[in-house]
Design a protein around this ligand. Structure first.
Ligand SMILES: [Zn+2]
Length: 323
């Protein structure tokens, strides 16, 4: 997929040639004592920005936290909010596929697509979607039918967009956002650096991985690789290989057989709650836990991350089916 506008914006940010994307009315943002108006696409990015930069920023997120960023249609008010923001931070078209067209229509003063920044500055922190042993949707009639030509956004080998689930990636994101803030507001440099080092310390104080020896993890959606990588854990199966599909009968059978062979812990997400399929899988799993990648109820990133680790710890509670 091409990024019609972003490469030139990044070039401007990273070479320090600022002002190219800034309207004349904001020619000297560095003199302002007001918090910097930062808009993020999704809530967890806003949590990172808020915790990292505190009172230096006024941060909001565009998407409600209870929707999947993989499929969202912006409202006119969203577009006004976007055009009014000083800095807009998002992941990239692999996550918010609706954004490139909107950014063309309503460009904020400055835009930061994290995947692009990582590709340029920290490619070693990017993971790619791995292939799971279960049949891919291409071999599954029901799944193939559901494929309406939508891009295969969680396909093996492609860069995994769920960056914020890793601690190092959260810190790297904050540092790169800090670079932009420092360029735009040089008088904040010392405060930004101090806050970034505090944020790094908070991240390093997060709890270690729970002991999940003997438990196989299966996630509903293929979005947890960064967290697993952080915690040295592994997801052994995923229920859906793409964001907008449901598993076909054959894949369901494979999962059911696997669940019967050994204890599995099913990682569910609030947005999939109540689906009949999840309920059915949950009755077959030794344990079901809910991890909210979007942080619907969180006010701090480190609190959100702590919640993920605690939820995974629940996987160890029951390691064999009780029925
Ligand atoms: Zn996803």
């Amino acid at each position: 997929m091409t990024l019609p506008r972003l490469p030139s914006l990044f070039g401007a940010v990273l070479s320090g040639a600022l002002g190219l994307s800034a309207p004349a009315t904001h020619a000297e943002p560095s003199e302002s004592a007001e918090p910097v108006a930062v808009l993020t696409s999704i809530k967890p990015l806003a949590l990172i920005v808020k915790e990292a930069f505190g009172p230096l920023v006024e941060v909001q997120s565009l998407l409600p936290p209870n929707v999947s960023p993989h499929s969202y249609a912006l409202k006119p008010s969203d577009i006004r909010q976007l055009a009014a923001s000083e800095l807009f931070v998002w992941i990239g078209p692999g996550m918010e596929s609706f954004m490139p067209a909107v950014l063309k229509k309503a460009p904020p003063q400055q835009t930061l697509a994290l995947i692009r920044v990582f590709e340029d500055h920290a490619p070693e922190l990017l993971l790619r979607y791995k292939a799971f042993g279960n049949p891919a949707h291409a071999h599954d009639d029901a799944d193939a039918e559901a494929d309406d030509g939508h891009e295969d956004d969680h396909a093996p080998g492609q860069v995994d967009s769920h960056l914020w689930l890793g601690r190092r990636q959260a810190l790297e994101s904050a540092q790169r956002i800090g670079d932009v803030l420092k360029q735009r507001h040089p008088h904040l440099t010392a405060k930004i650096d101090q806050r970034l080092s505090n944020f790094a310390e908070s991240l390093s104080g997060l709890p270690p991985a729970p002991d999940l020896a003997g438990v196989r993890l299966v996630s509903y959606h293929n979005g947890f690789a960064y967290l697993m990588n952080d915690l040295n854990l592994q997801v052994s199966e995923v229920v859906v290989t793409q964001s907008d599909l449901t598993p076909g009968a054959r894949h369901f059978g494979v999962l059911r057989d696997a669940f019967q062979r050994s204890p599995h812990c099913l990682i569910n997400e609030p947005q999939f709650g109540g689906s009949r399929l999840v309920d059915k899988l949950a009755t077959l799993a030794a344990q079901t836990v809910t991890l909210d990648p979007m942080g619907q109820d969180s006010t701090r990133y480190t609190e959100l991350y702590r919640g993920w680790v605690e939820a995974l710890g629940q996987c160890a509670v029951r390691t064999a089916p009780s029925t």
